[in-house]
Design a protein around this ligand. Structure first.
Ligand SMILES: [Zn+2]
Length: 101
């Protein structure tokens, strides 16, 4: 769990920059992103959902870093198809602090 791969490099596109941050005007399919709201900010943002091995944790979101996003963001998993799928993977993967068997 402590192995850290180098941050992936993405192409700068109309959807996201080289770090994977979603651009405000990006057109994204509902299964590509999860909606978040930063604490104290009324304006929701979007996180690009990536596979764990190809996630720039802290900029994009995956099963592994989703929990850390929740510390200071409201993560609206149910808002998008991708968010619901991510939540499903989280529930399947992470049993460490869950009462669900
Ligand atoms: Zn991640």
């Amino acid at each position: 769990m402590s192995v850290r791969l180098p941050a992936p490099f993405y192409r700068d596109t109309s959807v996201h920059d080289e770090d994977g941050a979603v651009k405000p005007a990006a057109q994204m399919s509902s299964n590509e992103y999860v909606r978040i709201r930063a604490e104290g900010s009324p304006k929701p943002g979007r996180l690009w959902i990536r596979p764990v091995r190809n996630c720039n944790h802290g900029v994009t979101i995956c099963e592994e870093c989703a929990e850390s996003w929740e510390f200071d963001h409201a993560v609206d998993y149910h808002w998008t198809l991708g968010g619901r799928a991510l939540l499903q993977r989280l529930l399947n993967v992470d049993n460490t602090d869950s009462e669900v068997a």
